[in-house]
Design a protein around this ligand. Structure first.
Ligand code: SDX
Length: 428
């Protein structure tokens, strides 16, 4: 028996089929709503109750604090996997065999040179430019240097675009950082692992050998895995809707980077550190900032707290909090900011405003503390988020294209002026 939902509008009843997912989530399929009701639509600002697609990539359970990539738990992947095999998993649906992994990595390495003319675009930016704006521009510019990347009517073409961007994106990330620091824009070493190569490209000084620190390599590997995908968040939805017009992969990713930049989204990891620093400067007065966060007349929010889906602890925040302690201890870094963060968390978890609204620390609350201990500058934190999220964006874009999904074009409820005649200037 097909399960149905019944909707009554102006005394008329309509039935709509229910779709049930593999985790027993239930959705009302309203594909035929407008046609069968003579024009009635729905409205749901922020899409808090509206699904945009069926996806087999990432599963979240906000109440239970569950996060899985293609069925594998984030806890296991963060502990046991390397970032590139998680990228393969998210994009192609299975963990790679050794042969598949080696070919994937070799293909990525073969496409990891960025056209030298892109340096001219990097040079055109002032050192004060925010790295997310630079990265979004450079990512979009890649289309001009790889024009066939837009023709993805075959899985083979799509694969070429995928390995191209996975090879070139870390170079763009490194060049974005090095430009700000006045360092030469160079390349890493194809003999290194993916994460080691990212670190070498970012931090190698022109007059020194670069020494890999396994603590930092492991920490970055874990952070990138934890950020790799998160179902239909703001930036991923942006990548999917831009790609739904059949814009190329690089243009779609560039749009996603811009969406991630916002402080309510990926930009929160930078905003958390700025907030914690302000609290530290203010003598550690966490109560003042808690009061500001609860004051409806104050636009200030407790950055790194709250989540659209998680109404329990963000499982990534739990893992990152433990990693923050370990990395700082292993690096011998004393950071009072970590203690302020923990104090703030303890206060918020006891405060009815946060408890009633189910506001818990999210992925951004502790990640910046580790990035800082690793020597990553504050305004590069969200760039690191983008580097982690890249395979998720690619996987979601590829799924949308393979499913031949229609162009995204939401409806609206018009609340403006009804018809009125034009008045010539002299009569206004
Ligand atoms: C990410 O979606 C994803 O999956 C995103 C992400 C990913 O991996 O892609 O997980 C990454 O973006 C994490 C979120 C990072 N952003 C922040 O840390 C910024 C601070 N958080 C808030 O801005 C907010 O919690 C959001 C944006 C994350 C979620 O906002 P919602 O779901 O739209 O919730 P809301 O604004 O409707 O808030 C509900 C209530 C409101 O109070 P009332 O009107 O009910 O009285 O909770 C309050 C809000 O004012 N509230 C907060 C708060 N977050 C929500 N009050 C103070 N501080 C906060 N942080």
């Amino acid at each position: 028996m097909t399960k149905k939902a019944t909707l009554e509008v102006n005394g008329q009843k309509y039935e709509f089929p229910l779709s049930t997912g593999t985790e027993n989530e239930v959705a009302i399929n309203i594909n035929a709503l407008r046609a069968t009701t003579g024009g009635v639509t729905t409205i749901d600002p922020g899409f808090k109750n509206t699904g945009s697609c069926k996806s087999g990539i990432t599963f979240l359970d906000g109440e239970k604090g569950i996060l899985r990539y293609r069925g594998y738990s984030i806890e296991e992947l963060a502990e046991k996997a390397n970032f590139l095999e998680v990228a393969y998993l998210l994009i192609f649906g299975e963990l790679p065999t050794k042969e598949e992994f080696d070919k994937f990595h070799a293909d990525i390495k073969s496409k990891s040179i960025v056209d030298d003319d892109i340096r001219k675009i990097v040079d055109a930016f002032p050192k004060s430019a925010h790295p997310m704006g630079v990265l979004s521009s450079l990512t979009s510019a890649l289309t001009a240097f790889n024009p066939t990347s837009v023709n993805v009517d075959s899985e083979e073409d799509m694969y070429k675009s995928v390995v191209r961007i996975l090879g070139k994106f870390p170079v763009l990330v490194a060049w974005t950082l090095r430009k700000k620091e006045g360092l030469p824009l160079d390349y890493g070493d194809n003999n290194l692992g993916y994460v080691q190569n990212v670190l070498k490209m970012m931090f190698k000084k022109p007059n020194e050998e670069y020494q890999q620190n396994p603590i930092i390599v492991n920490a970055l590997n874990k952070l990138l895995i934890l950020h790799a995908d998160h179902e239909q968040n703001c930036s991923t939805s942006t990548v999917r809707i831009v790609g739904s017009s059949h814009a190329g992969l690089f243009a779609s990713l560039s749009a996603g980077i811009s969406a991630l930049w916002g402080p309510l989204h990926g930009g929160a990891n930078q905003a958390v550190l700025e907030m914690l620093e302000a609290i530290k400067e203010d003598g550690g007065d966490t109560k003042k900032y808690m009061a500001k966060a609860k004051d409806k007349n104050d636009p200030f929010r407790l950055m790194g707290f709250g989540h659209r889906v998680y109404k329990n602890f963000d499982p990534r925040a739990k893992i990152i909090k433990v990693a923050a302690d370990e990395v700082l201890e292993d690096l011998g870094v004393e950071d009072p900011i970590l203690d302020i963060a923990k104090g703030l968390e303890q206060e918020a978890l006891k405060d009815s405003y946060f408890v009633d609204r189910k506001l818990y620390p999210n992925v951004d609350f502790y990640s910046g503390i580790i990035y800082r201990a690793m020597g990553i500058p504050l305004d590069m934190f969200t760039v690191m988020f983008a580097l982690g999220r890249l395979p998720g964006w690619i996987g979601q874009w590829r799924e949308m294209r393979l499913n031949k999904e229609p162009i995204g074009r939401p409806r609206q409820l018009y609340v403006g002026e009804t018809y009125r005649q034009f008045k010539p200037l002299e009569k206004r």
